[in-house]
Write a protein of this length. Structure first.
Length: 159
């Protein structure tokens, strides 16, 4: 029996050793897989950091582009306002010149101070802004020309 027990013990020892070898092999395979997984994770982290840095660079470029567009938009708005102001000045100047020509024509043929006063009163009645055909700018021009002509008559430049 002792021989049988020894054989059984040897078989158990062999089984235990085989099991230990299998466990060691599985443990080594697990270690190898963990090492590979760790390397893969490190590579993935490195790639993510590079992509994040690239994204940040793109974002900075976009932000500076939008800031530049905003500056250009403001400049265009200023230029547009300046152009509009110049246009209004030009329109007002040409309208004023036209009104002066018309007003001078309206005072044409006036040869005395009394005739000037009468023509002035008649023109003011016609162009007064409260009338239907009233024109404020024309009244201003008529007043200006009247004052000039009145001074001419008072100084004796006109007879």
């Amino acid at each position: 029996m002792e021989d049988t027990e020894k054989v059984l013990d040897a078989q158990e020892i062999e089984k235990t050793l085989a099991k230990t070898d299998a466990d060691e092999k599985a443990l080594n395979e697990l270690k190898e897989w963990l090492f590979k997984e760790n390397v893969r994770i490190q590579m993935e982290r490195k790639r993510l950091k590079q992509e994040e840095a690239f994204f940040e660079k793109k974002m900075d470029i976009l932000k500076s582009g939008f800031a530049q567009l905003d500056l250009e938009r403001k400049k265009v708005e200023r230029d547009k306002l300046m152009l509009e102001a110049e246009k209004n000045v030009h329109i007002n100047y040409s309208r004023q010149e036209k009104n002066i020509d018309v007003a001078e024509m309206l005072f044409q043929g006036v040869n005395s101070h009394l005739a000037l006063k009468k023509r002035y009163k008649d023109l003011i009645k016609m162009f007064h802004p409260d009338n239907i055909a009233g024109d404020h700018e024309m009244v201003l021009v008529i007043n200006k020309i009247y004052e000039e002509l009145k001074q001419d008559y008072e100084m004796g430049k006109r007879a």
